[in-house]
Design a protein. Structure first.
Length: 354
């Protein structure tokens, strides 16, 4: 393992990947999308004027901007569309009571297409109330579903996907998620070196195990910090009562206790043995609190992929994000190994075992 630390190629790869991730993560713009629709509830048999706001959009009559409302498998055209400016549309729409599907949830996606932005949508943007208007608007008497007349759906320049709730904070995907992956990888390596020490009695293995655990704790704290910032912008609070977040906090405290344990024992051999046993059990408990307990039945969570919430990759990771996300995972992991090697060298020099 020490010979690997002496090699320079992976350090250059780490530096290159992280520079690429930071630059791409900050420079690549967010794609066009819909941020809000008002009103967000409506009744059948009445025509409403919906104001639809876009982000980085190019709404105009020259761009042949079209608006549709989709419920289940039916698509309804807006009765007419008025362009306020390139980021705001006013669309008149309503639905005949005879077109209501009683078996459906009656939530409508808002879909917009134009020559420059392509097709953008806001899922479940408006909800049809179960009550109906007292009088039917004449524009809805002979209403039928329609086929979208897309003039063009050209691909935009290289941009990150526009996702409701996340918006610009989707860039945190390149920091928060890889940091937790890095912590998990370093914890596993720490457990491997702990087992190696128990088998061989070589204190160098203990030094490596401790170094990987210490750096893993650092990445765990950074993961919690970036997660709190993200949660504050997307969920409205830095620390909601969420099983995934609570499990992460417990996992970090387990490794805080590991550092305290090592500092409380003076004898090198005894400290190494206690730490090695603790590290093996701690890695199992960490995985239990992070991956198993939050996925138990009847567990509700805001975190993606847990408690019925769709997995992160279903909506948020696309081919463009992956081009930055995967290098970010590799880059942060290599940085974790690099930092661990430095900590191990310092500890080995201090213990005169290098």
């Amino acid at each position: 393992m020490w010979s690997f630390f002496n090699q320079q190629w992976w350090k250059w790869a780490c530096a290159f990947l992280l520079i690429y991730v930071v630059v791409a993560g900050l420079v690549v713009p967010l794609g066009p999308g819909i941020t809000s629709v008002h009103p967000f509830v409506f009744q059948a048999d009445s025509v409403y004027e919906f104001r639809i706001r876009g982000y980085r959009t190019h709404f105009s009559e020259k761009n042949h901007t079209q608006v549709w409302f989709k419920a289940s498998h039916d698509i309804f055209c807006a009765l007419d569309v008025k362009i306020i400016h390139d980021g705001l549309i006013q669309a008149r729409f309503g639905i005949n009571r005879n077109r209501i599907n009683p078996a459906a949830d009656n939530v409508f996606d808002v879909i917009i297409n134009n020559d420059e932005d392509g097709t953008i949508a806001l899922r479940e943007a408006i909800t049809l109330l179960r009550t109906v208007a007292n009088r039917q608007d004449s524009a809805l008497v002979n209403q039928n579903t329609c086929e979208p007349e897309v003039r063009t759906n050209k691909a935009s320049a290289f941009v990150f996907p526009h996702r409701e709730i996340l918006y610009e904070s989707i860039r945190n995907t390149f920091y928060h998620v890889p940091m937790w992956f890095t912590m998990l990888g370093l914890i596993i390596l720490s457990a491997v070196f702990s087992i190696s020490f128990l088998q061989s009695g070589d204190l160098k293995q203990d030094i490596l195990a401790a170094s990987f655990a210490e750096v893993a704790l650092f990445f765990g704290l950074m993961g919690i910090l970036t997660g709190m910032v993200w949660a504050n912008y997307t969920w409205g609070a830095p620390w909601p009562n969420d099983p995934k977040l609570n499990g992460a906090a417990v996992g970090v405290l387990i490794y805080v206790a590991y550092i305290i344990l090592r500092g409380s024992v003076n004898d090198d051999i005894k400290r190494a043995r206690l730490s090695a046993v603790y590290s093996v059990f701690a890695s199992v408990i960490f995985i239990l609190f992070i991956f198993i307990i939050p996925r138990l039945p009847d567990t509700d969570s805001l975190h993606p992929g847990i408690g019925g919430n769709p997995a992160f990759s279903k909506y948020d990771l696309d081919s463009r994000l992956r081009l930055v996300f995967y290098p970010a995972v590799i880059g942060w992991m290599l940085l974790g190994v690099w930092l661990s090697s430095i900590v191990a060298r310092i500890a080995a020099i201090k213990s005169e075992k290098y």
